[in-house]
Design a protein around this ligand. Sequence first.
Ligand SMILES: Cc1cc2nc3c(=O)[nH]c(=O)nc-3n(C[C@H](O)[C@H](O)[C@H](O)COP(=O)(O)O)c2cc1C
Length: 261
Amino acid sequence: MEKTAQKHWPKIDVLETIRLRRSIRKYTDQPVEWDKIGTVVDAGRVAPTAGNLQSWRFIVIESGHKRKAIAEACMQQYWMEEAPVHILIVMMLKKVREFYGQRGVEFYAVQEAAMAAQNMMLAAHAIGLGTCFVSAFDESRVIDILGLPGDIKPMGIVALGYPAETPEEPLKYRIENVTFMDRWGQQNIARIKDVDNVIWNFRVVERGMKLGADVVKAVDLHTKQARKRLSERLAEKAKEKAEEIKKKLEEKEAQEKKGKP
Ligand SMILES: Cc1cc2nc3c(=O)[nH]c(=O)nc-3n(C[C@H](O)[C@H](O)[C@H](O)COP(=O)(O)O)c2cc1C
C-alpha cells in the first residue's frame, strides 16, 4: 500500500487481522466508498508474483445486474448479490506461458492470483469490510458476463461489503496436527494416529468444557439471585413480625394504663 492510502485507515496488527478475518456471506446495503475499494485492490496489486510478472488483472464489479448474473454463475450463490462489490481476479495465461511455460499456467498464475486475493481480504478486514472468496463458478458464464478474451481465465471472486454478520470462529486443525517435523508424517505428538478424529474429540471436549463452565456460571448467578430474593423475603417477614409484637406491646401497655386507679 502506498503511504497515502495507509494514512487514511487505522493501523491494525497484521496477526490480529489474519486471526479475525472470517468469510462473510451477509452484507448491509451500505455502498463501499471508492477509496476503500481502491485500498483493497491495491493490497492485491502488491502481492508477490513469480518473477514479478504480475500476470493477473482485477475487475471491480458494482453493477447490480452483473452481480446478480455472477451470483447465478457461481452455482446460484444468491447471497453474493447482497455484496455491493465483487472483485474478479483473472489470470493472463498468454503472458505467464511465454515466460514460464506450462508450469507457469498450472501453478504460478493460480498462486499469484490467490496471493492477491488473500492480500485483498486481509486489507478489507483491516478497514472494517467483510469478504468471501468464491471460486465455485461456471467459467464460461463468467467469461461471457465480463467479456473476457481467450487468454484471460477467471481465477476467483472476492465478494466485498460491510458485514451484516459476525460468524463464529470456524473449526480449524491445531498447528501440531497440520505440521510435520523434518519429514512427511512426523508429528510432534507421534502417538496420534487418527488426527481428524482426535481433533474433533478435542474440540468436543473443549466445547463441552466451555458449555459446562457457562452452565455453572448461570446456576451460580441463579442461586445468588434466589438467595438474595429469599433473604429479602425473610427480612420483610421479620420486619412484619417486629411491627406486630411492637403493636401488641403498645396495646398491652395502653390497657394496663387504663386499668390503673
Ligand atoms: C479456493 C476456495 C474456494 C472457495 N469457494 C467458496 C464458494 O464458492 N462459496 C463460499 O461461500 N465460500 C467459498 N470459500 C470460502 C470458504 O468456505 C471459507 O474460507 C472456509 O469455510 C473457512 O472459513 P473462513 O474463511 O471464515 O476461515 C472458498 C474458499 C477457498 C479458499
